[in-house]
Structures are given as C-alpha cells and as structure tokens.
Design a protein around this ligand. Structure first.
Ligand SMILES: Cc1cc2nc3c(=O)[nH]c(=O)nc-3n(C[C@H](O)[C@H](O)[C@H](O)COP(=O)(O)O)c2cc1C
Length: 197
C-alpha cells in the first residue's frame, strides 16, 4: 500500500509548468539520463520501442528556440505572421535547463499500427513526467508553435512516417504548485458487471 500511496501522490501532484515560470537553474545531465531510462520502460506492443529523444542542453536550448521561431517565420504567410508569436518561440526556453524533442519512430512491423506506436511513445513521456515530479523537476509537454508541423519534422530529420509527440521544456521553478483540476473519473467510466438481457 505504501508503494501505491507514493505512486498515487506522484501522479496526482504532477503539474505542467510553463517554461516562462522556470528559474534558470540547471538539471544535472545524469538526472536527464535517469528519466530517459524510465521512459524506456514504457509498454510496447510487439517490442517496437518506438520512442526517440533529441536532448538539448546548455546553449543548444536557446539555439533550438531561435530555430523554432525562424521556422514559424519561414512557414507563416506574411498576413498571419505576428512578431509577438515569433518572440514567444524565440524566448520560450530562456529559463529552461533542457529541452527534449520526443517523436515516434515508425517501425517496420506491419502488425503494429501507427496509433499503437504513438500510444507507446506517449506512455514513455508520462514516465518522464512522473520521474521528473519525483525529482522536483518542472516540465511542460508542449505541442505548441511549429512543433506538430511538417517543417519541424523536416528540421529534426524525422522520417516520413515518424510522428512528433511534443517538446518537453524542463527545469526548476520557484512557483508554488498549482492545484490540479480534473472531472471525476467516475463520470468517464461505465462499469459492466453483468450482461443485461
Ligand atoms: C499532448 C499534450 C500537448 C500539450 N501541449 C501543450 C501546449 O502546447 N501548451 C501548454 O501550455 N500546455 C500543453 N500541454 C499541457 C496541458 O495544458 C496540461 O496537461 C493541462 O493543462 C493539465 O494540467 P496539468 O498537466 O498540470 O495537470 C499539453 C499536454 C498534452 C498531453
């Protein structure tokens, strides 16, 4: 029961933290490696292990964000482009310690669907989020800006059938934990305890 309570606390206490609320303190690379090892234990149908990570640390975080802003500029028609959005992308990682681009690498087993491989990679992300919570590391799983656009896939060198899952902005925060908000699980659950005649 202790194990359950500890896990339940980690799961329910985990909150997303906007990168602008990070404080600039650096995460030890060894902790990032520990989190990636947890990710690697996600469930995987057919043992395809489709999760892939590109880890940015140090100045590479800001360089990536600059490139993200440039992708936005290059792939947005002038009438839709706003300097505020460009600026947001460019400075989004200013206080982040690491940024991890997560994608699903499509395997060659035709019996395993794309959806299954995306699900497995999302489960790998959740392992990272929960491990981070246990280490007091703040994370935002983001699909914002150009993250899910073809231009990002091309920039990161993904294969045609690979899928971006998101960007993880990681660091530490001094902000107090936000209260979590969820509609009760019971309202999303249907129990079947006997076949109705
Ligand atoms: C696939 C996915 C993509 C997300 N993308 C964004 C995003 O682009 N920007 C953002 O602020 N939050 C993003 N989030 C985080 C959600 O906003 C957050 O999980 C939600 O507000 C609930 O808050 P909590 O994670 O603190 O419980 C994303 C979450 C998921 C699962």
């Amino acid at each position: 029961m202790d194990t359950f309570n500890t896990l339940a606390q980690t799961i329910t206490n985990r909150r997303s933290t906007k990168p602008t609320l990070l404080n600039g303190k650096k995460i030890d690379d060894r902790q990032i490696i520990q989190l990636l090892e947890l990710a690697n234990w996600a469930p995987t149908h057919g043992s395809t292990e489709p999760w892939r990570f590109i880890v940015y640390g140090g100045k590479a975080v800001q360089q990536f964000c600059h490139q993200h802003a440039e992708l936005y500029k290059q792939h947005t028609p002038p009438e839709k482009f706003t300097p505020a959005k460009y600026d947001k992308q460019q400075h989004n990682g200013d206080k982040a310690s690491h940024l991890i681009a997560v994608y699903m690498q499509r395997g060659s087993n035709p019996n395993i669907t794309v959806l299954e491989e995306i699900c497995a990679t999302a489960a790998a992300v959740q392992n990272i989020l929960l491990g981070a919570e246990a280490l007091d590391i703040a994370v935002l799983w983001s699909t914002g800006g150009m993250t899910m656009q073809p231009a990002m896939k091309e920039y990161l060198g993904l294969g045609e059938e690979d899928t971006m899952i998101g960007l993880l902005f990681m660091g530490y925060t001094d902000e107090p934990a936000r209260p979590g908000k969820r509609i009760p699980a019971a309202s999303k659950t249907k129990w079947v305890t006997a076949i109705q005649q």
